[in-house]
Design a binder for this molecule. Sequence first.
Ligand SMILES: Nc1ncnc2c1ncn2[C@@H]1O[C@H](COP(=O)(O)OP(=O)(O)OP(=O)(O)O)[C@@H](O)[C@H]1O
Length: 251
Amino acid sequence: MTTQASGDALVSLNGVNKHYGQLHVLKNINLQVKKGEVVVVIGPSGSGKSTLCRAINRLETIDDGDIAIDGKKLPEEGKDLAHLRADVGMVFQSFNLFAHKTILENVTLGPIKVKKVAKGTADKEAMALLERVGVGHQAPKLPAQLSGGQQQRVAIARALAMKPKVMLFDEPTSALDPEMINEVLDVMIQLAKEGMTMIVVTHEMGFARKAADRVVFMADGQIVEDATPEEFFTNPKSDRAKDFLSKLLTH
Ligand SMILES: Nc1ncnc2c1ncn2[C@@H]1O[C@H](COP(=O)(O)OP(=O)(O)OP(=O)(O)O)[C@@H](O)[C@H]1O
């Protein structure tokens, strides 16, 4: 969590637009995230939250506007993507671990292949990360031998192994059984406390209240509100946010 207002934004989106065919999914998005800030993105289904994350990680191209990470504008598609992605860790709803590799190998693969880290060092760093997310003892196993919550914690460790400047989470707990949600959220709350810059798409409002510096509410491809959790939850300004929150509460 951020403790001070600091200079330039670590993640900066300016005038970002994106269409899928005729569908305008990101409409003039302006978003600045400072180092150490935790921004929770919420909004109705189809409002563009995943597309926003995917655009930041360059999994999707944008039509116009620009996106910069730590002052570096994203390269044109196809150029230097591996380098960019190393700065941006991404955790998805589905864990996407390599099924035939061990937990340890899943975490060391990126550092060894992309960053050319020596195997001994990569193993040591990966073990420390696996311990940190509470699955160190699972290192020799295959993903299928772990619960969904454990696999998602491995996915977080895998992203952290690349030493990213910012972590993006796209509904990281949506595919989990209810009893496993908190074990993943607890790891994310710890990361936030340690000062990691995070953009988190989630419907877990408890996480937003505990860990977010800002809540960004999206609807119909636009950022409709950008407020502190306290402001947003106690006094949402727009009818769309009020409507969204009342639906969340009744589910
Ligand atoms: N690859 C694609 N091709 C065409 N349309 C897409 C594609 N991906 C997303 N869309 C559409 O773009 C819009 C925004 O989708 P997006 O997944 O970003 O929304 P979201 O807010 O993350 O929704 P959810 O909460 O349901 O995940 C939706 O109307 C969706 O159907």
